[in-house]
Write a protein that binds this ligand. Structure first.
Ligand SMILES: [Zn+2]
Length: 338
């Protein structure tokens, strides 16, 4: 601070301008780095479930900053002009992120031009005029759960006509036990039923204990660290070459016996079991899938020892390591009917 006090007014202004320019260059470089990190799937290899998770936990960014950095980086990987705009200061991060729902190959030039030099508010106004239906998307983004105190939360969302009708019907049917027509009572009851149903289908949980006891060696806690290192042998390589896209696609649809499913989910603590190169275990607990450590397409068994719980990102990463990025992308495209 003392150093700054010695500067003349003009020097102070120049110095600040130079710092701003340096910051813009740094931000453009950061965006380019994040693009490359994602391209190499490094965030997954390090044990993070997604690029968002990596930006938040590894880079220490707030939720908003992490979202913005991830969004802008993904857009910049498609439209490199964004990096140039960030660097020369004609575009800013929050402006670019606002373009996301609308940016297409055919309007890219027009929209980037619209964003140049515009403040966030001005750009919001221009986008609303250009895409009048955008408020629907805005509403969807507005859904949120906000803590009010340690025990109470505010829930805000927009619902469609059919959902609204079902809600009214549930309130009517519950009117004796819920005369005040409390939405919380309906939601709580509905979620209770839903969670039980999902636990049954996704985690294969049952009320009854399993009839047969699994073999002792199958129940021991597996060493996740070593299993991440399973690599294809020379014989595997031949099988991998034979395993076509259709075969890989079938991996996702194949049924695994419920008791095995239940045991694997219990053993892995209903959490992704991937451990990154630096020892970081993935913290993801949603969208979990069962993965064959030795792939099913090349003869890996569907038993407790060969199965593990992975999040979608890590399941895809290990599949890419076995079968190659291009082949997995093809298989997923075909699976989507694209
Ligand atoms: Zn994971």
């Amino acid at each position: 601070m003392d150093d700054l006090r010695r500067l003349s007014d003009a020097e102070l202004v120049d110095s600040l301008r130079a710092l701003e320019a340096r910051q813009r260059e740094t931000m453009a470089a950061i965006v380019a780095h994040v693009v490359e990190i994602e391209e190499r799937r490094l965030h997954l290899r390090l044990g993070y479930s997604s690029l968002f998770d990596y930006c938040q936990r590894a880079l220490g960014l707030s939720e908003d900053e992490a979202y913005r950095r991830m969004t802008v980086s993904r857009m910049a990987s498609k439209w490199p002009a964004i990096v140039d705009g960030l660097e020369d200061g004609s575009l800013h991060m929050s402006g670019v992120a606002l373009l996301k729902p609308h940016l297409r190959a055919e309007n890219c030039g027009e929209l980037l031009e619209m964003a140049r030099g515009a403040s966030r508010r001005e750009l919001e106004r221009r986008l609303a005029a250009r895409f009048p239906q955008a408020d629907a998307a805005e509403f969807r983004r507005a859904q949120k759960v906000k803590p009010l105190s340690a025990e109470r939360f505010a829930l805000q969302l927009t619902i469609g006509e059919a959902t609204c009708a079902r809600l009214e019907r549930a309130l009517d049917l519950m009117s004796h036990e819920n005369p005040s027509r409390s939405l919380e009572a309906v939601l709580d009851r509905a979620l209770d039923v839903l969670v039980k149903e999902l636990e049954r289908t996704k985690l294969a949980k049952t009320k009854r204990a399993p009839k047969t006891k699994p073999p002792a060696n199958a129940t021991r806690k597996r060493e996740h660290e070593t299993k991440n290192d399973v690599k294809p042998t020379e014989r595997d390589e031949k099988s991998i070459t034979r395993a076509g896209a259709a075969e890989i696609r079938r991996i996702r649809k194949r049924a695994i016996a419920r008791p095995i499913r239940r045991e694997v989910f219990e053993r892995d603590g209903e959490q992704c079991s991937f451990v990154g190169e630096s020892g970081e275990r993935c913290s993801c607990r949603s969208g979990l899938e069962l993965d064959h450590i030795r792939p099913w397409a090349i003869g890996g068994p569907s038993d407790v020892v060969n199965l593990r719980v992975l999040c979608r990102g890590h399941n895809r990463l290990v599949a890419e390591d076995w079968f190659g990025k291009a082949r997995i992308e093809d298989a997923l495209m075909a699976g989507r009917g694209g």
